[in-house]
Ligand binder design. Structure first.
Ligand SMILES: *Cc1c(COP(=O)(O)O)cnc(C)c1O
Length: 430
């Protein structure tokens, strides 16, 4: 499909990046299940390796099925380019990799997915990187946490799982003044509900495992670049602005302009880190994205009804859903995600940890799994699972205290979901 800026989201989610297969006419994007692609001749091969011509070499770097997904996600986010990779966690490393180096840090929100807290507080230290965790409601604390070694600011648009909404516009301004990019994990919002580039973010990361795929089949991730950050404005990003020794001295920003970050991600990130998405995974995610807006509308409708009902339930202490009129983040939600605050929230049970365990074990339609954003309704007791490696203080900061259960509302009938939740809450009382 030719790029038409006037096409709406629902049209783009079906068509962007794809065209009928030129040789067979196949209408659905084929799974190009091939490791390598034949060079026309030696000159063609040389041009590909020199990045003078864009084409397919080897599926660790690029693959035609994955390329369609990259273009589709970039288009839906309003970005210049995107690189898909093997998981959301891979995407986070891929996003930081061109920016960071030993001794450098990233300033991050305390309200993040539990796995990201562990990745940032522990694992990245092996690369000599570090993360400064800050309460992102405190703008002066963000400013104070940024120093000469900071290379990025990182937060989630709708934070998983606490129903917290980041004030992207204000945070982007702070990052901008410091001369570093704001990276937004847009997994729980999806570009249907929130487009972080419109609020000044420079990079977006996704776990495509969740809503973008929406059918619980494959893990994947994606880094999207707005194409707007000026990598050459300072000496902070030599991998992009200076000759890159890992690619025979190529200057990525000078050569590729707004696609510098994307080309770096493929030519160096995927080439040397190897966190590649496979074409089968790209296929399942492309199928999912075709119905993204329809699913997100339903997730939001269901979540709004169910969160409101649970808030009134006598076994429930509180519900953190930014779509509720009682939420302290309601206003912010209306600003950055006016179509709804997503399908994910937490409830705190008056009965504490033990009631939570009984509750998740008593549900029938909801499955107790470490996943979210599936069309099926899912639930998890974070404190005993995904967040169990965090201290109680970190758990509470991340919205996953011991009395809290995370609920990912699916697209089933809202009445069925609500009656399932109610019967499990009754059982959890005793
Ligand atoms: C699941 C998730 C991740 C990690 O993604 P994986 O695909 O599981 O690696 C990162 N951020 C958020 C907000 C998530 O929900």
């Amino acid at each position: 499909m030719t790029k038409g800026p006037s096409y709406g989201f629902d049209t783009l989610q079906v068509h962007a990046g794809a065209r009928p297969d030129p040789t067979t006419g196949a209408r659905q994007t084929p799974i190009y299940q091939s490791t390598a692609f034949v060079f026309r001749d030696a000159d063609h091969a040389a041009a590909l390796f020199n990045l003078q011509e864009v084409g397919y070499i080897y599926s660790r770097l690029t693959n035609p099925t994955v390329a369609v997904l990259q273009e589709r996600i970039a288009t839906l986010e309003g970005g210049a380019g995107a690189v898909c990779c093997s998981s959301g966690h891979a995407a986070q490393i891929m996003a930081l990799f061109p920016l960071m180096g030993p001794g450098r840090n990233v300033v991050v929100s305390t309200r993040l997915y539990g796995g990201t807290v562990t990745q940032f507080s522990q694992t990245i230290q092996r690369f000599g990187w570090s993360a400064n965790f800050v309460d992102f409601d405190d703008e002066s604390a963000i400013r104070r946490a940024i120093n000469d070694d900071t290379r990025a600011v990182f937060c989630e648009s709708i934070a998983n799982p606490g129903g917290y909404i980041s004030d992207l516009e204000e945070i982007a301004k702070i990052a901008d003044q410091a001369g570093v990019p704001l990276i937004v994990d847009n997994t729980t919002a999806t570009p249907y509900l929130c487009r972080p580039f419109e609020y000044g973010a420079s990079l977006v990361v996704h776990s495509t495992t969740k809503y973008l795929t929406g059918n619980g089949t494959v893990t994947g991730g994606c880094v999207v670049d707005s194409g707007k950050f000026d990598w050459s404005a300072s000496d902070k990003f030599p991998s992009l602005s200076k000759p890159e020794p890992a690619y025979h001295g190529l200057k990525f920003h000078e050569t590729f302009g707004e696609l510098a970050f994307t080309f770096h991600g493929i030519a160096i990130g995927l080439r040397d880190l190897g966190m590649t998405m496979n074409p089968q995974a790209a296929h399942y995610t492309l199928l999912g994205i075709e119905t993204l807006s329809l699913r997100m509308k339903r997730h939001v409708e269901n979540a709004e009804v169910i969160a409101a009902a649970l808030e009134k339930h006598d076994a429930v202490e509180r519900v953190t859903y930014a779509g509720l009129p009682s939420s302290p983040y309601k206003k912010r939600a209306q600003k950055i995600c006016p179509k709804g605050a997503g399908g994910l929230f937490t409830i705190a049970l008056k009965g504490g940890y033990r009631a939570c365990v009984k509750f998740v074990e008593s549900l029938e339609i909801f499955s107790h799994v470490a996943n979210l954003g599936d069309c099926r309704s899912l639930v998890i007791h974070s404190a005993s699972t995904t967040h169990r490696q965090l201290s109680e203080e970190q758990q509470t900061a991340a919205g996953a205290a011991p009395e809290v259960v995370r609920i990912s509302i699916g697209i089933e009938d809202a009445e069925d979901l609500l009656s399932d939740l109610k019967q499990a809450l009754e059982k959890a009382k005793v």
